[in-house]
Design a protein around this ligand. Structure first.
Ligand code: DX5
Ligand code: ZN
Length: 217
């Protein structure tokens, strides 16, 4: 994908009516979904796992971008692949050997992403970038939707843009809305994860178009 892509985070959607939510997002022009998997250990919140990924896979052909906020993600790579994930992102804080795990994700024919929280030093993250297809620069501490954007993500994305391989995708996640998305785009992000700024609106189509236009600059 060349242009900016807005990915709704299925954290704040209506889980009592997942099929309707997927259709509404498709009608809103959404091209891919971001799935937030939390284990209550790596982050102080619990969401869902493989069965929801598998259910969404049967509902849509859109790429599924799966953000693993779990300890020991290496134990579940194969299961998320079978469930239908297209991209798997693991946190640098949750893995010992990032190079090995990113290699395992690629060997399963998925895109390999590495994520970093705002409070984590960049050294190990930067060393892992050559083995990744996607860098997820968190603009909130992972765990909850609806938090406000940390400015540190802007300088981090600009830095990654400068030092990493040119084809590395840069994704930003947390507090992205009509006030922050243009700056995130200028800093180098092309993938924008959005929770509350879509699911807090009654008309997803308007929300997605406004955000996409602002991301294009
Ligand atoms: C936070 C998640 C995000 C979050 C985004 O841990 O990774 O995807 O749900 O939600 P907003 O856009 O509300 O910050
Ligand atoms: Zn996320």
């Amino acid at each position: 994908h060349a242009g900016p892509v807005v990915l709704p985070s299925l954290l704040l959607c209506d889980f009592g009516n997942l099929e309707r939510e997927v259709r509404r997002l498709e009608e809103a022009g959404v091209k891919a979904l971001h799935l937030d998997v939390m284990d209550g250990v790596f982050v102080p919140n619990l969401t869902y796992g493989m069965p929801i990924v598998e259910g969404l896979r049967r509902l849509t052909d859109m790429p599924l971008d799966v953000h693993l906020m779990i300890q020991r993600p290496e134990k579940y790579l194969r299961q998320f692949h079978s469930a239908g994930a297209d991209v798997l992102t693991v946190h640098i804080e949750a893995v010992e050997d990032a190079q090995a795990i990113l290699g395992q994700i690629r060997d399963l024919d998925m895109g390999a992403g590495i994520a970093i929280n705002p409070s984590t030093p960049m050294t190990r993250f930067e060393a892992a970038l050559p083995y990744a297809d996607l860098a997820l620069v968190m603009s909130v501490e992972a765990g909850f939707g609806g938090q406000s954007f940390h400015e540190i993500a802007l300088e981090r994305m600009a830095h990654v843009r400068r030092v990493a391989q040119k084809n590395l995708l840069i994704e930003v996640d947390g507090g992205i809305n009509t006030k922050t998305i243009a700056r995130a785009s200028s800093a180098g992000a092309t993938l924008f994860v959005v929770g509350s700024a879509i699911f807090g609106q009654s008309d997803y189509g308007t929300a997605v178009s406004e955000l996409s236009a602002l991301a294009k600059g």
